[in-house]
Design a protein around this ligand. Structure first.
Ligand SMILES: NC(=O)c1ccc[n+]([C@@H]2O[C@H](COP(=O)([O-])OP(=O)(O)OC[C@H]3O[C@@H](n4cnc5c(N)ncnc54)[C@H](O)[C@@H]3O)[C@@H](O)[C@H]2O)c1
Length: 322
Protein backbone atom coordinates (compact mmCIF):
# COMPACT_ATOMS: atom_id res chain seq x y z
CA UNK A 1 0.00 0.00 0.00
CA UNK A 2 1.08 3.56 -0.68
CA UNK A 3 0.51 6.00 2.15
CA UNK A 4 0.59 9.79 2.01
CA UNK A 5 1.13 11.44 5.38
CA UNK A 6 0.60 15.21 5.39
CA UNK A 7 2.35 16.73 8.39
CA UNK A 8 4.53 13.60 8.42
CA UNK A 9 7.59 15.56 9.56
CA UNK A 10 5.74 16.50 12.75
CA UNK A 11 5.81 14.84 16.12
CA UNK A 12 3.00 12.29 15.61
CA UNK A 13 3.63 12.06 11.86
CA UNK A 14 7.28 11.08 12.25
CA UNK A 15 6.38 8.18 14.53
CA UNK A 16 3.49 7.07 12.31
CA UNK A 17 5.68 7.10 9.21
CA UNK A 18 8.24 4.85 10.91
CA UNK A 19 5.55 2.40 12.05
CA UNK A 20 4.08 2.16 8.54
CA UNK A 21 7.51 1.64 6.97
CA UNK A 22 8.35 -1.00 9.61
CA UNK A 23 5.21 -2.83 8.47
CA UNK A 24 6.45 -2.90 4.89
CA UNK A 25 4.32 -0.06 3.51
CA UNK A 26 5.45 2.67 1.10
CA UNK A 27 5.20 6.14 2.60
CA UNK A 28 5.40 9.63 1.15
CA UNK A 29 5.44 12.67 3.44
CA UNK A 30 4.12 16.08 2.45
CA UNK A 31 5.13 18.79 4.91
CA UNK A 32 6.10 22.47 4.86
CA UNK A 33 8.43 22.01 7.85
CA UNK A 34 6.80 24.89 9.74
CA UNK A 35 6.48 23.20 13.15
CA UNK A 36 7.84 19.87 11.90
CA UNK A 37 11.45 18.99 11.15
CA UNK A 38 13.48 16.61 9.00
CA UNK A 39 15.00 15.43 12.30
CA UNK A 40 11.72 13.60 12.96
CA UNK A 41 12.33 11.64 9.75
CA UNK A 42 16.01 10.94 10.45
CA UNK A 43 15.36 7.28 11.37
CA UNK A 44 13.60 6.58 8.04
CA UNK A 45 15.05 9.00 5.50
CA UNK A 46 17.34 6.47 3.83
CA UNK A 47 14.69 3.79 3.38
CA UNK A 48 13.80 2.98 -0.21
CA UNK A 49 10.05 2.95 0.39
CA UNK A 50 10.18 6.47 1.89
CA UNK A 51 9.97 9.77 0.03
CA UNK A 52 9.42 13.39 0.99
CA UNK A 53 7.96 16.45 -0.70
CA UNK A 54 8.32 19.87 0.89
CA UNK A 55 5.03 21.62 0.18
CA UNK A 56 2.24 23.58 1.79
CA UNK A 57 -1.21 21.94 1.88
CA UNK A 58 -2.90 25.32 1.68
CA UNK A 59 -0.83 26.95 -1.08
CA UNK A 60 -0.84 24.44 -3.94
CA UNK A 61 -4.10 22.51 -4.44
CA UNK A 62 -2.86 20.99 -7.74
CA UNK A 63 0.21 19.52 -6.09
CA UNK A 64 -1.93 18.19 -3.23
CA UNK A 65 -4.28 16.61 -5.77
CA UNK A 66 -1.41 14.91 -7.61
CA UNK A 67 -0.02 13.52 -4.34
CA UNK A 68 -3.42 12.28 -3.17
CA UNK A 69 -4.12 10.66 -6.56
CA UNK A 70 -0.95 8.56 -6.26
CA UNK A 71 -1.69 7.27 -2.74
CA UNK A 72 -3.96 4.46 -1.51
CA UNK A 73 -4.41 5.87 1.99
CA UNK A 74 -3.96 9.43 3.25
CA UNK A 75 -3.32 10.48 6.83
CA UNK A 76 -3.98 14.20 7.02
CA UNK A 77 -2.06 15.46 10.04
CA UNK A 78 -0.77 18.80 8.68
CA UNK A 79 -2.19 21.58 10.84
CA UNK A 80 -1.37 24.62 12.89
CA UNK A 81 -0.95 23.04 16.32
CA UNK A 82 -0.25 24.12 19.90
CA UNK A 83 -2.08 26.53 22.20
CA UNK A 84 0.61 29.24 21.98
CA UNK A 85 0.77 29.19 18.20
CA UNK A 86 -3.03 29.23 17.98
CA UNK A 87 -3.40 32.15 20.37
CA UNK A 88 -0.57 34.13 18.75
CA UNK A 89 -1.48 33.44 15.13
CA UNK A 90 -5.21 32.71 14.79
CA UNK A 91 -5.29 33.65 11.08
CA UNK A 92 -2.63 31.09 10.17
CA UNK A 93 -4.47 28.54 12.31
CA UNK A 94 -7.74 28.98 10.46
CA UNK A 95 -6.19 29.15 6.99
CA UNK A 96 -4.06 26.05 7.49
CA UNK A 97 -6.65 23.96 9.22
CA UNK A 98 -9.56 24.84 6.96
CA UNK A 99 -8.07 25.38 3.47
CA UNK A 100 -5.41 22.71 3.85
CA UNK A 101 -8.02 20.12 4.79
CA UNK A 102 -10.35 21.32 2.05
CA UNK A 103 -7.61 20.69 -0.53
CA UNK A 104 -6.85 17.21 0.81
CA UNK A 105 -10.51 16.18 1.12
CA UNK A 106 -11.56 17.49 -2.32
CA UNK A 107 -8.77 15.47 -3.93
CA UNK A 108 -9.53 12.37 -1.83
CA UNK A 109 -13.21 12.64 -2.77
CA UNK A 110 -12.38 13.07 -6.47
CA UNK A 111 -10.27 9.88 -6.52
CA UNK A 112 -12.22 8.00 -3.79
CA UNK A 113 -9.21 7.55 -1.53
CA UNK A 114 -9.23 6.31 2.04
CA UNK A 115 -8.50 9.32 4.24
CA UNK A 116 -8.06 9.74 7.98
CA UNK A 117 -8.17 13.29 9.31
CA UNK A 118 -6.67 14.28 12.66
CA UNK A 119 -9.03 16.34 14.76
CA UNK A 120 -8.71 17.14 18.45
CA UNK A 121 -10.31 16.86 21.88
CA UNK A 122 -10.48 20.67 21.74
CA UNK A 123 -13.70 20.33 19.72
CA UNK A 124 -15.49 19.34 22.94
CA UNK A 125 -14.88 22.97 23.93
CA UNK A 126 -16.05 24.04 27.37
CA UNK A 127 -18.23 21.01 27.94
CA UNK A 128 -18.24 20.02 31.61
CA UNK A 129 -19.05 16.35 30.95
CA UNK A 130 -17.08 13.89 33.05
CA UNK A 131 -16.23 11.96 29.91
CA UNK A 132 -16.35 13.06 26.27
CA UNK A 133 -18.12 10.83 23.82
CA UNK A 134 -18.12 11.17 20.02
CA UNK A 135 -21.90 11.74 19.84
CA UNK A 136 -21.89 14.56 22.45
CA UNK A 137 -23.02 18.09 21.70
CA UNK A 138 -20.08 20.48 21.52
CA UNK A 139 -19.68 23.76 23.41
CA UNK A 140 -17.19 26.04 21.68
CA UNK A 141 -16.28 29.39 23.29
CA UNK A 142 -16.92 32.84 21.89
CA UNK A 143 -14.95 33.90 18.75
CA UNK A 144 -13.51 36.92 20.63
CA UNK A 145 -11.24 34.35 22.35
CA UNK A 146 -8.74 33.31 19.70
CA UNK A 147 -7.98 30.05 21.52
CA UNK A 148 -11.24 28.60 20.17
CA UNK A 149 -10.18 29.16 16.55
CA UNK A 150 -8.24 25.87 16.68
CA UNK A 151 -11.25 23.88 17.92
CA UNK A 152 -13.57 25.59 15.48
CA UNK A 153 -11.27 25.09 12.48
CA UNK A 154 -10.84 21.41 13.32
CA UNK A 155 -14.58 21.04 13.80
CA UNK A 156 -15.16 22.49 10.36
CA UNK A 157 -12.69 19.86 9.05
CA UNK A 158 -14.91 17.20 10.61
CA UNK A 159 -18.03 18.64 8.98
CA UNK A 160 -16.18 18.84 5.66
CA UNK A 161 -15.23 15.19 5.85
CA UNK A 162 -18.77 14.11 6.74
CA UNK A 163 -20.19 16.25 3.92
CA UNK A 164 -17.82 14.70 1.35
CA UNK A 165 -18.65 11.26 2.73
CA UNK A 166 -22.36 11.86 2.22
CA UNK A 167 -22.11 13.71 -1.09
CA UNK A 168 -19.46 11.62 -2.85
CA UNK A 169 -18.97 8.50 -0.70
CA UNK A 170 -15.55 9.66 0.47
CA UNK A 171 -14.13 6.79 2.56
CA UNK A 172 -13.07 9.09 5.38
CA UNK A 173 -12.65 8.81 9.15
CA UNK A 174 -12.13 11.50 11.79
CA UNK A 175 -9.91 10.84 14.80
CA UNK A 176 -10.17 13.15 17.78
CA UNK A 177 -6.76 12.95 19.41
CA UNK A 178 -6.51 13.75 23.11
CA UNK A 179 -3.16 14.95 24.53
CA UNK A 180 -0.54 12.84 22.80
CA UNK A 181 2.97 12.86 24.20
CA UNK A 182 6.29 11.13 23.73
CA UNK A 183 9.84 11.41 22.47
CA UNK A 184 10.56 14.19 19.97
CA UNK A 185 7.61 16.37 20.97
CA UNK A 186 8.81 19.92 21.34
CA UNK A 187 7.73 22.14 24.25
CA UNK A 188 8.15 25.13 21.96
CA UNK A 189 4.46 25.47 21.07
CA UNK A 190 2.95 25.05 24.52
CA UNK A 191 3.06 21.28 25.09
CA UNK A 192 3.14 20.69 28.83
CA UNK A 193 5.04 17.42 29.40
CA UNK A 194 8.14 18.19 27.28
CA UNK A 195 8.22 21.60 28.90
CA UNK A 196 7.95 20.27 32.47
CA UNK A 197 10.55 17.59 31.79
CA UNK A 198 13.02 20.14 30.37
CA UNK A 199 12.46 22.43 33.36
CA UNK A 200 12.86 19.55 35.85
CA UNK A 201 16.04 18.26 34.20
CA UNK A 202 17.55 21.74 34.42
CA UNK A 203 16.32 22.14 38.04
CA UNK A 204 14.44 25.26 36.93
CA UNK A 205 10.95 26.07 38.25
CA UNK A 206 8.06 24.19 36.60
CA UNK A 207 5.64 26.84 35.43
CA UNK A 208 2.03 25.77 36.07
CA UNK A 209 -0.57 27.91 34.31
CA UNK A 210 -3.77 28.88 36.16
CA UNK A 211 -4.27 27.23 39.58
CA UNK A 212 -3.15 23.84 38.27
CA UNK A 213 -6.49 22.16 39.04
CA UNK A 214 -7.23 21.61 35.33
CA UNK A 215 -6.78 17.93 34.51
CA UNK A 216 -5.66 16.09 31.37
CA UNK A 217 -5.15 12.52 30.18
CA UNK A 218 -1.85 11.86 28.41
CA UNK A 219 -1.48 9.18 25.78
CA UNK A 220 1.87 7.79 24.66
CA UNK A 221 2.45 8.54 20.99
CA UNK A 222 3.28 4.85 20.43
CA UNK A 223 -0.27 3.95 21.54
CA UNK A 224 -1.76 6.71 19.36
CA UNK A 225 0.02 5.59 16.18
CA UNK A 226 -0.97 1.95 16.70
CA UNK A 227 -4.62 3.07 16.73
CA UNK A 228 -4.10 5.27 13.67
CA UNK A 229 -2.43 2.48 11.71
CA UNK A 230 -5.16 -0.05 12.59
CA UNK A 231 -7.97 2.27 11.48
CA UNK A 232 -6.91 2.43 7.82
CA UNK A 233 -8.03 -1.15 7.14
CA UNK A 234 -11.36 -0.98 8.94
CA UNK A 235 -14.28 -0.57 6.56
CA UNK A 236 -16.61 -0.01 9.54
CA UNK A 237 -14.64 3.14 10.43
CA UNK A 238 -15.69 4.95 7.25
CA UNK A 239 -17.94 7.94 7.99
CA UNK A 240 -17.20 7.66 11.72
CA UNK A 241 -15.49 9.71 14.43
CA UNK A 242 -13.22 8.12 17.05
CA UNK A 243 -11.70 9.47 20.25
CA UNK A 244 -8.12 8.33 20.76
CA UNK A 245 -6.56 8.93 24.16
CA UNK A 246 -5.72 7.70 27.62
CA UNK A 247 -8.29 7.62 30.42
CA UNK A 248 -5.89 8.27 33.29
CA UNK A 249 -6.66 11.79 34.42
CA UNK A 250 -4.18 13.96 36.35
CA UNK A 251 -4.27 17.63 37.37
CA UNK A 252 -1.50 19.78 35.93
CA UNK A 253 -0.29 20.57 39.46
CA UNK A 254 -0.04 16.85 40.28
CA UNK A 255 1.68 16.28 36.95
CA UNK A 256 4.32 18.89 37.87
CA UNK A 257 4.86 17.14 41.23
CA UNK A 258 5.08 13.73 39.54
CA UNK A 259 7.66 14.94 37.00
CA UNK A 260 9.80 16.48 39.77
CA UNK A 261 9.57 13.31 41.91
CA UNK A 262 10.17 10.86 39.08
CA UNK A 263 13.19 12.75 37.73
CA UNK A 264 14.67 13.40 41.20
CA UNK A 265 14.70 17.13 40.43
CA UNK A 266 15.15 19.98 42.91
CA UNK A 267 12.83 22.25 40.87
CA UNK A 268 10.16 24.34 42.56
CA UNK A 269 6.68 24.94 41.16
CA UNK A 270 5.78 28.43 39.99
CA UNK A 271 2.12 29.34 39.47
CA UNK A 272 1.49 31.63 36.46
CA UNK A 273 -1.95 33.23 35.98
CA UNK A 274 -3.53 32.46 32.60
CA UNK A 275 -3.58 36.18 31.72
CA UNK A 276 0.21 36.24 32.00
CA UNK A 277 0.72 32.96 30.18
CA UNK A 278 -1.59 33.60 27.25
CA UNK A 279 -4.05 36.45 26.63
CA UNK A 280 -6.43 38.31 28.91
CA UNK A 281 -9.66 36.35 29.46
CA UNK A 282 -8.01 33.05 28.36
CA UNK A 283 -10.43 30.15 28.79
CA UNK A 284 -9.36 26.60 29.45
CA UNK A 285 -11.14 23.27 29.64
CA UNK A 286 -11.08 21.99 33.20
CA UNK A 287 -11.21 18.29 32.42
CA UNK A 288 -10.76 16.22 29.33
CA UNK A 289 -11.29 12.47 29.61
CA UNK A 290 -12.18 10.53 26.45
CA UNK A 291 -14.75 7.80 26.15
CA UNK A 292 -12.72 5.31 24.11
CA UNK A 293 -15.27 2.51 23.96
CA UNK A 294 -15.88 3.03 20.22
CA UNK A 295 -12.24 2.67 19.12
CA UNK A 296 -11.72 0.01 21.81
CA UNK A 297 -14.39 -2.26 20.39
CA UNK A 298 -13.46 -1.56 16.76
CA UNK A 299 -9.77 -2.47 16.98
CA UNK A 300 -9.38 -3.87 20.54
CA UNK A 301 -7.28 -0.89 21.51
CA UNK A 302 -6.56 0.95 24.72
CA UNK A 303 -3.73 3.27 25.76
CA UNK A 304 -1.53 0.66 27.39
CA UNK A 305 1.56 2.71 28.21
CA UNK A 306 1.62 4.52 31.57
CA UNK A 307 2.18 8.21 32.32
CA UNK A 308 5.40 7.29 34.14
CA UNK A 309 6.60 5.55 30.95
CA UNK A 310 5.80 8.69 28.94
CA UNK A 311 7.77 10.90 31.35
CA UNK A 312 10.70 8.46 31.33
CA UNK A 313 10.76 8.29 27.50
CA UNK A 314 10.54 12.09 27.09
CA UNK A 315 13.29 12.61 29.70
CA UNK A 316 15.56 9.95 28.13
CA UNK A 317 15.24 11.59 24.74
CA UNK A 318 15.90 15.10 26.09
CA UNK A 319 18.95 13.87 28.02
CA UNK A 320 20.33 12.29 24.87
CA UNK A 321 20.27 15.70 23.12
CA UNK A 322 21.67 17.82 25.97
N1 LIG B 1 -0.09 16.25 19.77
C1 LIG B 1 -1.30 16.28 20.26
O1 LIG B 1 -1.49 16.13 21.47
C2 LIG B 1 -2.51 16.45 19.37
C3 LIG B 1 -3.78 16.52 19.98
C4 LIG B 1 -4.89 16.69 19.19
C5 LIG B 1 -4.76 16.74 17.81
N2 LIG B 1 -3.52 16.66 17.24
C6 LIG B 1 -3.45 16.75 15.78
O2 LIG B 1 -2.51 15.80 15.29
C7 LIG B 1 -1.86 16.32 14.14
C8 LIG B 1 -0.36 16.25 14.31
O3 LIG B 1 0.02 17.02 15.44
P1 LIG B 1 1.49 17.02 16.07
O4 LIG B 1 1.34 17.04 17.54
O5 LIG B 1 2.30 15.98 15.44
O6 LIG B 1 1.97 18.47 15.67
P2 LIG B 1 3.21 18.94 14.77
O7 LIG B 1 3.19 20.44 14.79
O8 LIG B 1 4.46 18.29 15.23
O9 LIG B 1 2.81 18.38 13.34
C9 LIG B 1 2.12 19.13 12.38
C10 LIG B 1 2.90 19.01 11.09
O10 LIG B 1 2.18 19.68 10.06
C11 LIG B 1 3.11 20.46 9.30
N3 LIG B 1 2.36 21.56 8.70
C12 LIG B 1 1.79 22.63 9.33
N4 LIG B 1 1.19 23.43 8.44
C13 LIG B 1 1.38 22.86 7.21
C14 LIG B 1 1.00 23.23 5.89
N5 LIG B 1 0.30 24.35 5.66
N6 LIG B 1 1.38 22.42 4.87
C15 LIG B 1 2.10 21.29 5.10
N7 LIG B 1 2.48 20.90 6.34
C16 LIG B 1 2.12 21.67 7.37
C17 LIG B 1 4.15 20.91 10.29
O11 LIG B 1 5.37 21.30 9.70
C18 LIG B 1 4.28 19.67 11.15
O12 LIG B 1 5.25 18.79 10.62
C19 LIG B 1 -2.40 17.74 13.93
O13 LIG B 1 -3.42 17.72 12.98
C20 LIG B 1 -2.97 18.09 15.29
O14 LIG B 1 -4.01 19.03 15.20
C21 LIG B 1 -2.40 16.54 17.99
Amino acid sequence: MKYLVTGGAGFIGGHLVKLLLDRGETVRVLDNLSTGSMKNLEPVKLQERFSFVEADVTADPMLVEREVAQADVIYHLAAAVGVELVVNDPVRTILTNVHGTENVLSAAAKYTKRVIVASTSEVYGKSANAMFSEKDDLLIGCPTHSRWSYACSKLLDEFYLMAFHRASRLPGTVVRLFNTVGPRQTGQYGMVIPRFVAQALANRPLRVFGDGSQSRCFCHVYDTIEALAALANKAEAVGQIYNIGSQRSITILDLAKLVIRQLGSSSEIEMIPYEKAYESGFEDMMHRTPDVSAIGSLIEWHAGRSLEEIIADVAAEQQMHR
